[in-house]
Write a protein that binds this ligand. Sequence first.
Ligand SMILES: *Cc1c(COP(=O)(O)O)cnc(C)c1O
Length: 435
Amino acid sequence: MQLYSTNNKDLRVSFKEAVFNSLPADKGLYMPESIPELDPDFLRNLHTFSLPEIAFNVARNILNGDIPDSDLKKIIDDAINFDAPLVKLEKQVHVLELFHGPSLAFKDFGARFMSRVMSYFLEAGEKELNVLVATSGDTGGAVALGFLGVPNTTVTILYPKGKVSPIQELQLTTNGQNIRAVEIEGTFDDCQALVKQAFIDPDLKARFRLTSANSINISRLIPQTFYYFNAYAQLQRLGKHEVIFAVPSGNFGNIGAGFLAWKMGLPVRKFIAATNINDTVPVFLSSGVYQAKPSVQTFSNAMDVGDPSNWVRIMDLFKGDRSALKRFLTSYTFTDSETLNAIKEVFDKHQYIMCPHTAIAWLASKQWLNDNPGKNSDIIFLSTAHPCKFPDIFSEDLVAKIDVPSQVKELEGRAKFAVSLGKDFAGFKQYLLGS
Ligand SMILES: *Cc1c(COP(=O)(O)O)cnc(C)c1O
């Protein structure tokens, strides 16, 4: 697999280089030079394969020999070792539960695959690796648990102080070993800016082998395609074949992976991007003006992103053509109070508890059905995290009804450790150089 930069179509780097660089020097994003179309027989028969089998076949086609089959199979079986079940909620509406991994969020797919791919390439001759990651909550936990104990790696996680949930904070700050947490006086965008600047800083580049674990890393995007195929497999088992995906979106990595899956031949009718009031993309789709803005804090804090970093990838897939994109992508925006009402409504009707991010995707699914009466496509909305990660937003009686998985109970007694820093780059650089 060869990759180019969205800022330079003539650039070519190998998969390994893209994984370790994370970002090209020209500050674009890496994109696969060619996206393989999967065998139509495989797609028709998806329902006969398990999730790891689907994952292996998809990865093998896209990587195109970068990792030999037997090693790739080991990586997949180790990384994708939990389920992603489709649950029917109501007529035409299904929820894809992506929160059954160790950090209880869909980011486990990306982080677990990426850490094993990096470790694989390290074994093939690299030295010590420094992973820098900015998180608005869920990335950090997934990356920390994905890399914990992986030899020859140090992971530094930056998160906005006071803006992640207590369970998220425990997942970030109680690991020890090769994982360290830094709380930044600022927003997620400030954390992301620090990481981006570190990558282009000559002193830091001279001293460390820096890499990013953010959703901009191509090795996180690829494994997120797996569950789109696997969701379709589950729909086939119900005798259905027309699907629309509704994706709760922040940095637009998750939905970007969906677009990749579609490019590989998955027969998706449409995507729906569901955002909270950080509505840069919905505004762009309706007005044509992409205006990045500072992020605003909401209950769905993993989607509090004012300048979605993967958006350029989606524009790149559509060659910058907004009208072509709009035929295929609809977007909706919802407020915190709509989110809370949705959680309550779905619980009252179905005894099903959704996290606030998931609730926004449910709202978007319902809105689409409302706006398009008579259409009989099934909608799969993605549930990106387990509700127990966001206890503050639920009423007490709902909190009492959430089953807290054992992974979380174990964290509760542990000691928290994080370094506090401001949002200025000089201080962050000094911290990195001093360690
Ligand atoms: C990261 C995250 C999102 C947003 O995903 P993107 O790929 O950034 O669009 C949504 N929900 C949860 C729970 C998340 O952790």
